[in-house]
Design a protein around this ligand. Sequence first.
Ligand code: ATP
Ligand code: MG
Length: 421
Amino acid sequence: MIQVPRGTADVLPGEIELWQYIENAARDICRRYNYAEIRTPVFEHTELFQRGVGETTDIVEKEMYTFTDRGDRSLTLRPEGTASTVRSYVENKMFGLANQPVKLYYIGQMFRYERPQAGRMRQFTQFGVEAIGSHDPAIDAETIALAMRLYEELGLKNLHVELNSLGDAESRQAHRDALVKHFTPHIAEFCADCQSRLARNPLRILDCKKDAGNELMKTAPVILDYLNEESSTYFEKVKQHLDNLGIAYNVNPNLVRGLDYYTHTAFEIMEHGIGAVSTICGGGRYNGLVEQVGGNDMPGIGFAMSIERVLLALKTQGIELPIQQGVECFVIGMGDEAESKAFQLLDQLRAGGLSADKDFMGRKMKAQLKAADRLQAKAVVIIGEDELARKAAMVKNMASGEQQEVPFDALIAHVQKICGK
Ligand code: ATP
Ligand code: MG
């Protein structure tokens, strides 16, 4: 028997409603915050991610699904959404649009070769936003607020924002020099990855899971001490905006993103008690990225979260989303003629905006009533030969138990009323 590939999953009816609910909530929030949807291809030229995510990242070094197509091109299933969004922004010259900054969101499948576990899949679905073209610290706060608003509206609690600033290029260079100086004399104590990071990208040493316990990690120079005046002013303003919006945060100088084009604001939103995985959202400012991908020097900020981790957080917190399952109305016809009338009325009920169904399995009356019950129908419409002769149907309001004969021409309105429409 062929099964789904490791790290992937089917989402079946019964669970898909949760996904749709979360995705709809995200879309609605983006509408309110004036972010427009963008859909980019699921695969891109490999070079985009090498440049846009970074050669020294785990994603590019270990996690990409890269393949050569029949035309001998190297293509990669997208591991994240920012690089593609920025590529599209440049390619479609969105910097020339009248409305700036350009505020975009995406919901789509991403692919990373990882060790699968709860909340860590090889194919997963990310919701992310990007605001490109503004240097205003308020937009940093806006993206954080947008994510927090979504969680709030889904009913999630016990979340907090971890916040840091990586400063601008000058601040980062000063910090980088200090890190090299700090780690160089003792680099032999560190893992092979860290040894190669020292020259290529020393900031990522701080991110290392293997060497997390080393004393030198705790005493390592902290980026916040190396922010120049402009960078620290920027960070202060982001914090003021968050204060103003009532969003609590914890300044965490160890929160790093190891790439040169990540600048200033970096944040993660954490959920307490989710188990092995506690980050549900990660984001930050990337003032060097647009240029890296071939555009002009344009600032940007964004975040991404996976629906998988949101679902995990909801599950951990025992939150049940208000999902509507089943149908609003079930129609039953007794005998051939009545059944064909029932089929016609069913179509009209659907045209009238109701979710409605009938039996297609040749079941007996009793079994059909059971089916109506299983589907949690609010109204059941029954047409027997007698009713048919009177051009009417028996309508049962399942909540009140009330039963009433209703002429065919008043039926749709009657059922709509029972269903609160
Ligand atoms: P981690 O340290 O957990 O691997 P990351 O730094 O790789 O996270 P990002 O690249 O910042 O994560 O992705 C942003 C968000 O996407 C994460 O906060 C998480 O919600 C989600 N995410 C990342 N990788 C996966 C995955 N393999 N499966 C499900 N969700 C994921
Ligand atoms: Mg990862």
